[in-house]
Ligand binder design. Structure first.
Ligand code: HEC
Ligand code: HEC
Length: 371
């Protein structure tokens, strides 16, 4: 290719799809730009379409729920339930996850090591049969036809300006992904502490942070970095991978078992040592996302601290009885510790200082048709 052709190439690429302007991220100042797939450029129009679709109940078979039903902004985009309830009224088996900073997650969901784009993930709640979430497969053809004729028409056309027929499932997923990539949360007291600004950590929260990072508690050995998770994917580090760990939540039959179908990484690898290993979740906004763990089986932060202090949870009766501390696949970092009442209060104060109040009410992320 001649030098001229090379120089012209970015222009051609930029005009394709009408996305000539680089997308203006509104990120917390200390956050890196998210990684975005090459074929999924961001645009304001795509984000706006995605926001409408995120709250669109017509995408469910019952016409009564949307992504936003199980991912509620005030709860940092979780749903306050142990396990979510689908459009058919039946409970699923896993706990809804926060979507705060989801653009920076290297892989998606609690146990899947290969689901690594928001475009691909969006198809799961739309079309999964067991458990049923939205059940869009039963309505999507009609709904896209309706949207081609109602107020969605202009939104699809603006979001995908180079397409003759933009009313496709792929574009629904692409727009949902674009909207979710804007859900950055980085203005908690902990962030102000990191940036050296006023309004940072209280003395109690500061003591809690020291405990969190201590070699006695070792929380930061797993919940590390800006997300307080395993690793962060960004435009600078697109190859980042997530870590999956077993914290000794269960030990069925004293053989390391976890209650099916929530077997974690094992579901994908079939390696017995992967049984119960789940993605290390981000602890941002953790105070508003109870109940906790992949199955919502711990009601509150005190219960989480009991679990770690014991070096794994013991369930003395019921179908899932077992001594989690003895789970053979448990991470050595979950070794147990003693905590005074004052230390516990400090640690909880730190976890509470991870709440970004502005994020929970930011009008850019709310239901555009409400109020
Ligand atoms: C019925 C409740 C429900 C609905 C509706 C729902 N979700 Fe979820 N969502 C969940 C649950 C439960 C998980 C955890 C799934 C797992 O680990 O298998 C999850 C996980 C996710 C994740 C992974 C987050 C992470 O950090 O890895 C994303 C992204 C997501 N949902 C987006 C969406 C989108 C987009 C929609 C709408 C198309 C949607 N969800 C609809 C319950 C729901
Ligand atoms: C070995 C790595 C590891 C260590 C050490 C660790 N965690 Fe975790 N943490 C995880 C994983 C993995 C999960 C999800 C486990 C599951 O659902 O089965 C989790 C879940 C949590 C949750 C619930 C998150 C949610 O969204 O439901 C909280 C809160 C939490 N950890 C806090 C802590 C604290 C506080 C410490 C230190 C006392 C700590 N963790 C130590 C890996 C770790």
């Amino acid at each position: 290719m001649s030098r001229w052709a090379l120089a012209a190439l970015p222009l051609v690429v930029a005009c394709h799809g009408g996305e000539a302007e680089p997308y203006a991220w509104r990120l917390p100042p200390h956050f890196p730009e998210p990684w975005v797939p090459d074929d999924a450029p961001m645009s304001e129009a795509k984000v706006e379409l995605g926001r409408h679709l995120f709250y669109e109940e017509r995408l469910s078979v019952s016409g009564t729920i949307s992504c936003g039903t199980c991912h509620v902004q005030a709860l940092a985009f979780t749903d306050g339930r142990a396990t979510s309830i689908g459009a058919d009224g039946h409970a699923g088996t896993r706990s809804s996850m926060t979507l705060a900073n989801v653009a920076h997650q290297p892989t998606l969901t609690w146990g899947n090591p290969v689901l690594d784009t928001l475009e691909a993930q969006a198809l799961v709640p739309l079309f999964l049969d067991v458990p049923l979430e939205l059940g869009a497969q039963y309505v999507i053809v009609d709904v896209l036809e309706e949207m081609a004729a109602d107020e969605y028409r202009a939104r699809f056309v603006d979001a995908f300006p180079d397409q003759d027929d933009p009313f496709t499932v792929g574009n629904v997923a692409a727009a949902l992904a674009a909207f979710q990539r804007t859900l950055s949360s980085g203005d908690s007291p902990y962030d102000r502490h990191l940036r050296g600004e006023p309004g940072g950590l209280s003395p109690a929260a500061e003591r809690g942070l020291a405990l969190f990072e201590s070699s006695r508690l070792r929380c930061a050995g797993c919940h590390g970095g800006l997300l307080l998770a395993s690793d962060m994917r960004s435009a600078d580090d697109p190859e980042a991978t997530a870590r999956f760990e077993n914290t000794g939540l269960y030990d069925l039959g004293a053989g390391g078992g976890y209650p099916p179908p929530n077997v974690g990484l094992f579901e994908f690898t079939g390696e017995s040592t992967d049984m119960g290993r789940h993605r290390i979740p981000s602890l941002r906004n953790i105070a508003v996302t109870a109940p906790y763990m992949h199955d919502g089986s711990i009601a509150d932060l005190d219960g989480v601290l009991d679990h770690y202090a014991a070096g794994g949870r013991t369930l003395s009766d019921g179908p899932w009885a077992g001594v989690g501390a003895d789970n053979p696949n448990k991470s050595p970092l979950v070794a147990g510790f003693e905590l005074t009442a004052a230390e516990r209060a400090d640690l909880v104060a730190f976890l509470e200082a991870l709440t970004d109040e502005a994020f929970l009410v930011d009008p850019r992320f709310s239901d555009p048709t409400a109020g």
